[in-house]
Design a protein around this ligand. Sequence first.
Ligand SMILES: [Fe+2]
Length: 248
Amino acid sequence: MDTTTIFESTAPRTFNGRTRYAEEDHDTWETLHKRQTALVWPHVCNWYKEGAKLLELPKHAVPQLLDISPRIEHTGWKLVPAEERYLSDQLWFGHFQKKEFPVTNYIRKPQDIDFTPEPDMFHDYFGHVPFMVFPFYTEFAELFGEAFRVTPPVDHQKLANVWWHTFEFGLIRENGEVKFLGAGLISSKEECLQALDTTRHLPFSFAAVYGRPRADKNIHSEYFVIESLSDVREALETYIKHRTSEQQ
Ligand SMILES: [Fe+2]
């Protein structure tokens, strides 16, 4: 059975663009929102905190795409439904090239509340979307879309792993302190507790994360600390120029 069939058979039902959720799903959202906010607030970067205040995700009920997407549309981006539970790198960065951020419409089951390897809607909305009220974040996503476009297919996964170790599981130094940047840290209790262990921190460089394998089924054992986002931007811009010149 292919993954599309599994996704369609287990996805919540949607009517007129709004998804209907069971009470259990709303309870899971409420529990996760309350718990993760308390857990990550002292450790997350200020950028996220400001974005979360502006975005105002619902606390007691699962958010709806139709309500949340307009809150980021001043950036030129919009939220779109993810086609599959685990999007391929081609689909993921293909959306970025169209200024679309794909979000899932299902939430983890209560038994997976501490950690789920699948990116569910709590990861998507709670981990990523607060950043997306700022054009600074969507501009990074656009750079990744462009970088993926100019990368030969043989190196797609290597480039995708740069996104993975920065905006999914990266840390950033802020006023001398290491803070959470990655959505995967912000949205997972087990992953964020592990990332607080400073013996697991490695210095970020583009070369270090390009092609660095991802732990997409388990918690990571190491996390990269970015000194400044301008380092990531400059490295991406240099990479795009290099790849573009190769094609000419
Ligand atoms: Fe993510």
